[in-house]
Ligand binder design. Structure first.
Ligand code: G6P
Ligand code: BGC
Ligand code: BGC
Length: 864
């Protein structure tokens, strides 16, 4: 068991320890009407049940049920025959019981070893118990049943769960004390399941809670353990069976085999003249002529002897009384061994639970089911006595299942139905975030239109601002420069030394308190100058007049390299008295107020431009700058002839697109979701920066938070419990998306992040939160990719090239930190601009270096 749980199982040991995706014992509040289809629990028969769960503890409605015998040619036929037979029986039952034909939810009780990957997806490993339908092993049996129901027609039945009979038995029992945590079935076959600590199940990435494991102990065949107990009769039976070498443990316990074992022993004794005077009848010699029922009847303490005679006579024998007694003893021996072996296996579970729960005295209830346990006169008692013998310190109560697990299957189906319903609600909620290639291509085309309009100076949500940067650095720049970098997560002051050998940077990060970012402009620029002066003092630069480049990451209409009119604040900044002003003038005014006269502001650049220049210094093919951080934006080298309002029609001009505002004219309305509307309405600039609010770090966490609140209100998440914390604005940081989506982070860490937010959650909740994060970040990356595709296609067409090779300088925390963002952007660009070979260069030194390089170019040009 432990080997198989840790995934280190050697096939030799045989037990499979299969996860069933049943994560909890019944809550008792499951309710609804369910169809249950049972296949394989009790031999070549199939049972259909109609189970009503009241959701009220102890209030039970007797299930309606009907049994159908499966013809042998079907049991040994094709899988399609078997599942069509099942679908016909279903219809027959539903016709007979008029329970409606629409929206029926079915739980499939399929009692064979299966690899389950969810409550409604299960692949058959191998047939047991005399079944051998072709074309089913290795297949998803739920899919096979769905197809058969489809072929049958007449009823809309949704198969929402597949359950092993042991699980149904465990889930269906209602012991006086505490839930049953072990399910034991001894019918034609035998098996058990139990509630294991999820952290012990290697295949389940879980660290909390319990999960139900189907042991499939029927295939236990560890030679060291079984070798000594296997008899020649067991080997003979196995040899003649449909699956020699398989299910060796089951073949010593299961009802399908007990009769045959007895027969083989009787034949042996007869052939050795111990029984029936050495006479063997053809019937006695024919395989399968003694059934479980016969053995059970022959062992019946009251009518056993009479039955022995009757049964042996039916087999063409004329038993003496002594023969009858001996036959009873053979039955007793075979069945006692079966019960004792079953008990030994059960004790293995008990000691494992004792050990894993560190409990000296384990108290546990075992739900039992199956005709051997229900009908054999002594099996149950021998089982219990042996368990008490082998596990005296355990307090084990046995709870016979009342309806063969039908209710239990219905309970699992109820849970699965709830999860399936939640899944549909989740899909419905996330569907608007799943953008098709057509939708992304439409965004690319719309952005192209808006670019063209903006360049022509016509009304457009893309302002396409000329930056007066005509060239990227040519490497001849030299000197020391001060640079400021305002507008990202951090405000930095940098000293940039540009030499033959390259660029050295010393920088210091300063904070911009929200009160300053949203206070007066004068306070903001005074604060900036204070930081510069502090930096100069620390770097021993006071009194030195170094040219200064100012990365100002907000939309500015530049009138020159050192003149930029702030059009509007973004990203949570809102300092008064700045919009419409030349921010270089505002800085110079602050410098004057602070008498820091040696500061010489030479250039103001946008962070996209600084990033392009910084990367262009290493790679001259870098002609686009992209920021995906707190905000998002892009710039690129446009043909001057295409830039209205700037004289000249040869050469290039770097254009700051300010694409964060793309869609502010409503052109992105078709993509905007109610969650985007909520984030926009709650922002300090509603209606503005709509593209940015779907993409950048300042907003993704908020979009996710609103979706989580919505899903909680639908009961899909956190059992519908809204928590105060989650209703707190900005409490779900965008960095959580990067953490939660990181491949190396197991679900348990996802849980840790969310528990820090005061959320108590299940593993299903953690999975759903992960999916929400993935949907939101994927859309952001794809929209960003559609924007980049529009720009590189523009550059390619500008130059009339069949194919364009270009590099894009990128910066921004979201792009750099998120585990999948960059690759999703690149994949979208490949899809939407297949004739452009685009290399994304992550800027190492930020755009401060770029600002210094722009200043260096300006100084070089000023010297000629
Ligand atoms: C870098 C650049 C800044 C830019 C920022 C954007 O730090 O140097 O100029 O504004 O990236 O990213 P962020 O995630 O900080 O907003
Ligand atoms: C199957 C199990 C089942 C058991 C009892 C075995 O043959 O492999 O899945 O639980 O029979 O029906
Ligand atoms: C600003 C841009 C800036 C971008 C990235 C946006 O909010 O409007 O100017 O480039 O954020 O920082």
């Amino acid at each position: 068991m432990e080997q198989a749980l840790t995934g280190g199982a050697s096939p030799a040991s045989g037990v499979r320890m299969l996860p069933t995706y049943v994560g909890s014992t019944p809550h008792g509040n499951e309710q609804g009407n369910f169809v249950v289809l049972e296949l394989g629990a009790s031999g070549a028969s199939l049972r259909v049940l109609w189970v009503t769960l009241t959701g009220i503890k102890g209030q039970r409605v007797e299930p309606k049920s009907q049994e159908f015998v499966i013809p042998q040619e079907v049991v040994l036929g094709t899988g399609q025959q078997l599942f069509d037979f099942a679908a016909r029986c279903l219809s027959e039952f539903l016709d007979a019981h008029s329970v409606g034909s629409q929206g029926l939810q079915l739980g499939f009780n399929f009692s064979f070893p299966c690899h389950q990957t969810s409550l409604d997806r299960s692949t058959l490993i191998s047939w047991t118990k005399g079944f051998r339908c072709s074309g089913v092993e290795g297949q998803d049996v739920v899919q096979l049943l769905r197809e058969a129901i489809q072929r049958q027609g007449g009823y809309s039945i949704e198969v929402v769960a597949v359950v092993n009979d042991t699980v149904g038995t465990m889930m269906g029992c209602e012991p006086a004390v505490g839930p049953c945590e072990i399910g034991l079935v001894v019918d034609t076959g035998t098996n058990a399941c139990y509630m294991e600590e999820a952290r012990h199940v290697a295949v389940l990435d879980e660290d909390r809670g319990r999960t139900c494991i189907s042991i499939e102990w029927g295939s236990f065949n560890d030679d060291r353990a079984l070798g000594p107990v296997l008899t020649t009769f067991d080997h003979a039976l196995d040899h003649a069976s449909l699956n020699p070498g398989a299910q060796r443990f089951e073949k010593m316990i299961g009802g399908l085999y007990l009769g045959e074992l007895v027969r083989l022993v009787l034949v042996h004794l007869a052939q050795n003249r111990v029984l029936f005077g050495g006479y063997t009848s053809p019937a006695l010699l024919s395989q399968g002529s003694i059934l479980l029922e016969h053995v059970t009847e022959m062992e019946d303490p009251s009518s056993g002897v009479a039955r022995v005679h009757a049964i042996l006579q039916d087999l063409g024998l004329s038993p003496e009384t002594s023969d009858a007694e001996l036959v009873q003893r053979v039955c007793a021996a075979v069945c006692s061994r079966a019960a004792q072996l079953c008990a030994a296996a059960l004790v293995a579970i008990l000691s494992h639970l004792q050990h894993s729960r560190e409990q000296q005295t384990l108290q546990v209830a075992v739900a039992t089911g199956g005709r051997v346990l229900e009908r054999h006169p002594r099996f149950q008692s021998i089982l219990q006595e042996t368990v008490t013998l082998l596990a005296s310190e355990c307090d084990v109560s046995f709870v016979p299942s009342v309806d063969g697990g039908g209710r239990g299957v219905a309970m699992v189906t109820a849970v699965a139905a709830r999860l399936a319903y939640h899944r549909r609600l989740l899909e419905k909620t996330l569907a608007p975030f799943r953008l098709s290639c057509e939708q992304l291509a439409a965004v690319r085309t719309q952005m192209r239109d808006a670019m063209a309009k903006g360049l022509r100076g016509e009304p457009s949500s893309l302002r396409m601002l000329p930056t007066y940067i005509r060239a990227t650095p040519d490497g001849s720049e030299r000197g020391d420069f001060l640079a400021l970098d305002l507008g990202g997560t951090n405000f930095r002051v940098l000293l940039v030394r540009v030499t033959e050998g390259g660029v050295q940077i010393i920088n210091q990060i300063y904070s911009i308190p929200e009160s300053v970012a949203q206070g007066s402009g004068q306070k903001l620029f005074d604060h900036i100058v204070d930081c510069i002066v502090d930096f100069q003092e620390k770097q021993g630069l006071r009194g030195q007049s170094l040219p200064l480049g100012f990365t100002f990451s907000f939309p500015c209409k530049q009138l020159g390299l050192d003149q930029g009119i702030l059009l509007n604040w973004t990203k949570g900044f809102n300092a008064s008295g700045c919009e419409g002003q030349d921010v270089v003038y505002l800085l110079r005014e602050a410098i004057r107020r602070k008498q820091a006269m040696e500061l010489n502001v030479v250039a103001i650049v946008n962070d996209t431009v600084g990033t392009m220049m910084s990367c262009g210094y290493e790679d001259p093919r870098c002609e686009m700058g992209l920021i995906v951080g707190t905000g998002t934006n892009a710039c690129y080298m446009e043909e001057l002839r295409n830039v209205a309002g700037v004289p000249g029609d040869s050469g290039h001009m770097c254009i700051n697109m300010e694409w964060g505002a793309f869609g502010d004219d409503g052109s992105l309305g078709m993509l905007s979701t109610c969650f985007d509307e909520m984030v926009d309405q709650a922002s300090i600039n509603p209606g503005k920066q709509r593209f940015e609010k779907m993409i950048s770090g300042m907003y993704l966490g908020e979009i996710v938070r609103h979706i989580l609140l919505h899903l909680t209100s639908l009961g899909v998440l956190f059992r519908g419990q809204q928590t105060q914390r989650l209703q707190t604005r900005d409490i779900f940081k965008t960095k959580f998306l990067s953490e939660i989506e990181s491949d190396s982070l197991a679900l348990r860490q996802v849980r840790a992040i969310l528990e820090d937010l005061g959320l108590s959650l299940t593993s299903d909740d953690a999975l759903i939160v992960l999916e929400v994060c993935q949907a939101v970040s994927r859309r952001a990356a794809q929209l960003c990719g559609a924007g980049v595709a529009a720009v590189v296609e523009k550059i390619r067409e500008n130059r009339g090239l069949e194919e364009l090779t270009v590099s894009v300088g990128v910066d921004g925390t979201l792009y750099k930190v998120h585990p999948h963002f960059a690759s999703l952007v690149a994949a979208t660009v490949r899809e939407l601009a297949p004739r452009c070979v685009v290399t994304f260069l992550q800027s190492e030194d930020g755009s401060g270096k770029g600002a210094a390089l722009v200043t260096a170019v300006a100084c070089r040009l000023a010297r000629v």
